[in-house]
Design a protein around this ligand. Sequence first.
Ligand code: OSB
Ligand code: MG
Length: 367
Amino acid sequence: MKITAVELRRIAMPLVAPFRTSFAVETARDVLLVRVVTPDAEGWGECVAIDAPLYSAEYVEGAADVLRRFLIPALPVNDVDADTVDRVLEPVKGHRMAKAALQTAVLDAQLRTAGQSLGRFLGAAVDRVPCGVSVGIMDSVPELLDAVAGYLDEGYVRIKLKIEPGWDVEPVRAVRERFGDDVLLQVDANTAYGLADARHLAKLDPFDLLLIEQPLADDDLVQHAELARRLTTPICLDESIESAAHAAAAITLGAASIINIKPGRVGGYLEARRIHDLCRAHGVPVWCGGMLETGLGRAANVALAALPGFTLPGDTSASRRYYAEDVTEPFELRDGHLDVPTGPGIGVDPLPERLAEFTTASEWITF
Ligand code: OSB
Ligand code: MG
């Protein structure tokens, strides 16, 4: 495949409600989109980096910088596909979210040219995926219960509560008391605790949670293994897992019994699939995480979540959970599921008028 041009486009997407985690309050997403143009097709990749380096070291302006300065210039213009992108970007350390966006755009263009859907390319086993929802930290327990009630009414099959010190056992207890023991429930700390909090975190054990996600720092694999010995709640890693090698290390150490796969965090859909394959071979369940993606990123995540090792519901919520207006046709929940797109590539297109309406900047790199 020959690339003729790459566009770096920024869009500003207001969220329907502020989303509070242990590391930030998000009220809008400043999204970097990568568009790859070839003589036969265009491909899209959504960069999941957020505006500040608080979830991981990456941030949107840094991703744009490394793309224009190092990643895009490294592409061989005349004969490129997603595997080539993996290979030529390998010497650049880190910057996996930026790499993932570029590789996804190339892969999308490649699959649109070949007429194959991303789901089929990755090995999707189902045509729809069950969906969970990630519920931010709220100002009060009654406010949280209202939010959870609304999501359960919409049909979400799993609830994830964001937690932090001071907002953990009480909200979990309140949700269990109000909605019962049958609700699939899990929590996500985004690295907010230390191993010294093990006794406190063990107070979550009686609530029969599916998992606790990333309680400790991203580079605390050994501490996570120690914490796993002190809790009955299974430990799931998010921020710690940036590659299949990290996943292998975490499994070997006993630091995780479940893994959250976010393609952006691990450098793209090819590495995401390798992590899936590795975990499946080891009997480790995986699920698809989210980074408040627009429809463009969501389409690709839903395709990944259809792989057979994704045995837990993902953070693949409907468009309206995030945005009043999405940049694509909205993803809508039906019976707690989203349909896996079947069209070529990621299977969705940006709506030109929406895209124009949300765009704040655009630059073209031509070859
Ligand atoms: O840790 O999973 C996380 C959003 C932004 C950054 C990190 C995380 C999240 C979410 C939201 O939990 C998941 C989603 O619905 O996209
Ligand atoms: Mg997480």
